[in-house]
Design a protein around this ligand. Sequence first.
Ligand SMILES: Nc1ncnc2c1ncn2[C@@H]1O[C@H](COP(=O)(O)OP(=O)(O)O)[C@@H](O)[C@H]1O
Ligand SMILES: [Mg+2]
Length: 254
Amino acid sequence: MSFENNISEFGENVIEINNLEKSFNGRMVLKDINLFLKRSENVVVLGKSGIGKSVLIKCIVGLIQPDSGSLKVFGKEVSEMNAKELNNLRTKVGFIFQGNALYDSMTVRENLEFPLRRNKILKDKKKIEELIVDALENVGLLEAIDKMPAELSGGMKKRIGLARTLILKPEIILYDEPTTGLDPLTSKEISNLILKIQTKYKASSIVITHDLNCAKITSNRMLILQDGVFLAKGTFEELQNSDNEWVRSFFEMA
Ligand SMILES: Nc1ncnc2c1ncn2[C@@H]1O[C@H](COP(=O)(O)OP(=O)(O)O)[C@@H](O)[C@H]1O
Ligand SMILES: [Mg+2]
């Protein structure tokens, strides 16, 4: 399917970024970022290390302030949100950072309770338990409910991290290198889980990765970030078969 057909399949824009710029110490990391994400769509951002992918995700949830440009989530300018609005934004936009550490001193259950308590969403113990069980079932790890993080493999920790994000039923999920550091088989499991979450929760996602298998499995559209701008966009197949040698070089790395 072509890039344009892919876009028209999805709903309204849930994220809209125009002419976004961000510098650190006089060095412009993001120069002219333009991106939209539609409801129920998965967009993969590909790019070399240190290029500004994580900075972009942090701008979307208001953890980093852009220098200029417009960044709207659900139609609202993030830079104009007050503390309460930002808090609300972060319950609707789940993010899974690189590394995504679980709290080592807490059981899986306690790790999953944490976002519910922090957001004061629920006090009803039975309801909390239901949400935890549901989130764990969704990542196929209910049996780990009373385990400590140290007892889990890398892939299991990732899945618990995902469950911890899912428990708030976010409408948008931002994945920062979800398969980095995992073996190929576990990476594929996580990628398939991201796809399942898109279907089941009708979530919209931005997936940052340099794992091409993950990109292939999870993407409806892809963007390649280079020198502060998106230099190429297309479906996985379109980019893989691009006339541009530089674009194709991303696919030859794997
Ligand atoms: N809070 C910060 N302060 C200063 N420089 C930063 C900050 N966050 C990121 N950078 C710089 O911005 C660049 C892009 O970083 P990052 O977005 O983490 O790259 P990546 O594409 O690997 O995720 C890097 O050079 C990094 O050093
Ligand atoms: Mg990063």
